[in-house]
Design a protein around this ligand. Structure first.
Ligand code: SF4
Length: 293
């Protein structure tokens, strides 16, 4: 937690205007922002390859990526990616100013997994109390900050649709240091969290084994695309009896997925049929037989 304390102390002091700012670090921040803008606004779709940052994502998404299926992206995705990169640049600037010991940052790394070379770029390596660890920087929505990251590593273990834990362990393995966890910035409130991987857990071997299984599957030319999720029948309780509406709800994961139109071309976005709200929320249905009750 030392890094978090350093960050908080520095920011608290900066409110009073008592923090001398280093022109070199400001220059570095500007350079980091420029790199982000060039990366995100001049995106080039290169040849498909497995990256450490994506290997823990659902295999169905990775298989479609491999097949070259078009992934739908709204215009706001570019802004989302930029927010992420620039938030990271801001945090790096603050950490350097705050005197956090940055051993390395934006470090390209490589691992041999199942006979294949897998590349990645880790965010930052920090030294805290003489211990050197790999850390990942995340910018989070207010909801994710409060409902996911604030509950620590255990909560991420329960649900990790973007494969952040595997990503961290792969970077750590490649760098030869333990994985410390995540430094998370709340994009809405500006709060910062240091989510530590508990020192008592021993999850890394299982994640590395799973990474190997995933690489084998993805690199096998005979592997077939299989949808990773199944629609759930929509039900409602009528006088303590559970009754089906005949509709099927799209799996939550697919609702946010860029391949949604590919996997569920007949899906319909409709008012939630079972909702009694005056303005029902919209939900995706893969099957919509009943439009009102
Ligand atoms: S839409 Fe669902 S099944 Fe299809 S790739 Fe995305 S997550 Fe997987």
């Amino acid at each position: 937690m030392l890094t978090l304390l350093n960050i908080q102390d520095f920011l608290q002091e900066s409110i009073k205007g008592e923090t001398p700012l280093s022109p070199d670090l400001i220059d570095q921040f500007v350079e980091d922002c420029q790199t982000s803008i060039e990366k995100q606004m001049k995106r080039q779709k290169g040849e498909w390859r497995i990256r450490m940052s994506g290997l823990g994502r659902p295999l169905c998404q990775q298989m479609l990526d491999k097949k070259g299926v078009h992934e739908d992206m709204e215009y706001n995705a570019v802004l989302r990616f930029l927010f992420g990169d620039i938030t990271e640049a801001i945090l790096m600037f603050i950490m350097r100013q705050a005197g956090v010991k940055v051993v390395d940052f934006q470090k390209p790394c490589t691992l041999e997994i199942a006979g294949h070379t897998i590349n990645g770029t880790l965010d930052v390596i920090l030294e805290e109390n003489g211990e050197i660890k790999v850390w990942d920087i995340k910018s989070a929505s207010d909801w994710a900050f409060k409902n996911k990251y604030a509950h620590g590593y255990e909560k991420l273990l329960e649900e990790d649709p973007f494969g952040y834990i595997m990503q961290g362990y792969l970077y750590a393995e490649a760098a030869g240091y333990p994985f410390g966890g995540w430094l998370v910035v709340n994009k809405s409130s500006g709060e910062v969290l240091q989510v530590e991987v508990p020192s008592w857990q021993d999850d890394k071997p299982a994640y590395l084994k799973d990474a190997e299984r995933r690489v084998k599957y993805l690199m096998n030319p005979n592997s077939k695309f299989v949808k990773g999720y199944t629609p759930q029948p929509e039900t409602i309780k009528v006088k303590s009896e559970v009754v089906s509406t005949g509709n099927k709800l799209m799996p939550k994961e697919c609702g946010f997925c860029g391949y949604r139109n590919h996997c569920w071309p007949k899906a319909v976005l409709h008012d939630k049929v079972t909702s009694k709200a005056k303005f029902p929320p919209k939900v995706w249905y893969t099957t919509l037989k009943t439009t009102s009750l």
